[in-house]
Design a protein around this ligand. Sequence first.
Ligand code: FES
Length: 400
Amino acid sequence: MKKPNISSLNPIEFTKVQPLRTETIDKAPATPIPPLESYRANAIAKALHPKRQFVVISKIDEISSDVKTFTLVPNEKKGTTALAYFSAGQYISVSLTIGQITLNRPYSLSSSPKAALGGEYKITVKRVKDGLATNYILDNFKVGDELEISAPLGHFCYEPLRDAATVIGLAGGSGITPFLSLAHAIADGDEDANLVLLYGSRTQKDVLFKNEFDEIAKSCDKVKVVYVLSDESAEGCESGFLTAELIKKYAPEGDYSVFMCGPQAMYVFADKEIAKLGIRQKFVRHELFGEYHNPEKEADYVAPEAPTCKITVNVRGEKQVVEASVEDTVLSSLEKHGIRVPAHCRSGECGWCHSRLVSGKVYVPKSVDGRRLADLDYGYVHPCCTFPLSDIEIVVYPEA
Ligand code: FES
């Protein structure tokens, strides 16, 4: 191996460093260092990444019989005077207390990033069968209600250094919301991309935000929306599913990115179709699809014999034992017993629920296992996507 050339380094020079340092410190003014908040960079960082935000519901729009859009504005009484800016595609996590249960649920921001600067966020919530939080929100939230939400989070955003100039968006169901935000951001000039949205629905009446999308597409030639109906034919709409042929039909020549957001089943189907197109992996992006359910459908999952187990949870040195179903994530089980674990994405991505598994066996589905190698080495898990296979003991770290 070639030896490094160190002849140009003069050790004598290093002996002058300490006197120079002492002299510089002596010359420094004796006035105290200004508080950290007074630095502009710190103030900007705090505005962009507040620990939490307090908002009020200012408006509720009924989009369809089972979908509502909630407009949120700053709750100045509680100290939030402005909302954090965000990138189209990000989500906020909403804190809820339902009976004894305190939990968080992530919802994509459907409004434009520009509207955040004007003090407004919008989230859209769709009813799902047995959806504890979603159905609670739809049935109980009213104008004037005060909420605590997180800063904008998530990485399902357009990134010009990584993504191609054209994004083919594959949307299904309420997975349309981040694309509405992206379409607005492109029309506002906040994102420099072309969006071709293939929006899959069963029938025309299941299509959300049609007027809003059509208006954006009319005023901005960088946004095109194609409605794809699986259960009926309609003029001006494609029929069928989000297939490779359909993507090819609307994709430009050369590179393009594919962003997808929708139910878990749509990802399974769309991933197979995309594989036929030979698109480079870096151009394929998936939004999180919410809480993971039903590990038994995974080939490597071996269900434990007993349907329930015990979870010993250690919070700040105090231990509590709770009964849990092996079909529930550890996070859900703890929440059902009123134990609050910091959590935002509920999909293994954000890392907020990071906890230490002390003993016992667990199953983590590969598709949502966002742990790093060090987490595996030191026994850390994300309770939001971890299923107990035996009695377990876990240490959770509540927010300060
Ligand atoms: S809540 Fe995000 S990783 Fe668990």
